[in-house]
Design a protein around this ligand. Sequence first.
Ligand SMILES: Nc1ncnc2c1ncn2[C@@H]1O[C@H](COP(=O)(O)OP(=O)(O)OP(=O)(O)O)[C@@H](O)[C@H]1O
Length: 457
Amino acid sequence: MESEEEEEGAAAARFASSWSIYENREVLARYAVLDPIGSGAYSDVYHGKRRDDGLHVALKEVHDGKSSSRELAALQLLTNSSHVVQLLDHVWLHPGVLLVLEFLPGSLAEVIEERKEIPFQEFEARNWMEQILKAVAECHSAGILHRDLKPSNLLISSDGVLKVADFGTALVLPVENVEEAVKDSSSGKKKLKGGAEFDRFGSGKKLDSEEIEAWLQGGSFKLKSAATSSEQQPETMVPAQIRGSKSYDRLEIEDSGTEVSPRVSDAEEEEDGARRSSDRNDRYSDGEWEKTSNKDSDWYKVGNDDFRGEMTDCVGTRWYKAPELLYGSTSYNFAVDLWAVGCILGELIQGEPLFPGASDIDQLSRVVRVLGVPNETIWPGISSLPDYDKICFNDDRPPVTLARILPRASGEALRLIEKLLVYDPASRLSASQALSHEFFSGRASSIDAWLNAGSRK
Ligand SMILES: Nc1ncnc2c1ncn2[C@@H]1O[C@H](COP(=O)(O)OP(=O)(O)OP(=O)(O)O)[C@@H](O)[C@H]1O
């Protein structure tokens, strides 16, 4: 067996050229850097050991200044929260920061993957769900919107405690904004500073004809010159009309108003590859959008002094993205996290993602196919959302419904999901309301006690 020093040496030799952690004497004096664990859009994470006492830690090197400030600010506010990864230390790097975190060896994504063939019993789903909701309640009561809840960001300790991690896109609300944020803010009245406009359904890059062909064969969209009859379409497909807009130049359809039909029909065929690539890469592309759309703007800064009450809609991994974000809302609230929680609960019960969209428009169309076409009656304020006028869904078929896509869910589980996956953010349950839902009945009193005692350790 290799000694710890040999292990360290081998890891350093493998990554020395690109990983700055190995050049930081302050870090190396205090921590032994073992293997790399993974990397995300803005970070590299290593398994490490604290030299003082041999404690296993995760060393998260965050390269991006904005993500560093967000993550550090959020984690500092959430110190001692029982379902949030704990920050043990931090060291400023140039650029970015090294976060020393408690080491959490598992994730809910791995658990779901392992249990693909043997679906969770409802009591197991309930156990995970309760911990997720407690995590979200802790974040929200501290004024923090996570904005990227997904199974791979829900880590699990060796003794089975679920903790939310990855606050790189979190929004830390100043105390005075917390109350305002819990009210419905779906009307999209606030705009990004500078009126930033950007292509939300594509990369913003104009593709040449060969690239378009390749992209179409990749199965994200099918261009149609005429309205597609609903009989020809699989049940999960919703025709979407992009209303001639410069924003959608990826398909070069701005002049024609061409009908675009998200191809959801290939779901099975694409499932494996798409799931992985979407889940892993969306944040990256969202990150890119965020940078390109706001590159000249200081629209967002972390911390009470700089908060302007304006938000980006480019957050979250697509499959868990709330409809208000897909419609371009820049004044959303905590409810975006609860939509993601609803998607995660559905995935726990069903063993597969509920809405594995291949693009933002495909994402929205999958939601619309299940919940129906949203309108002012069921979602007051939707018509003022920035992208509402840019896309419409021509579908008069009855919605598929959540009950049909969740055949494994019990009545209680289904009723909870139906209260989380609600179009109108104002009608979505909050984390603490969800914890008191009948799905957890019999245990409601212990949850109340937990909430009343404060969620902190
Ligand atoms: N405290 C921790 N303990 C163990 N592993 C961790 C810890 N924090 C992060 N990781 C792992 O490191 C990887 C990247 O972490 P994280 O998601 O926080 O980074 P990111 O750059 O924000 O990623 P992404 O862009 O995928 O959201 C993930 O595989 C995650 O499981």
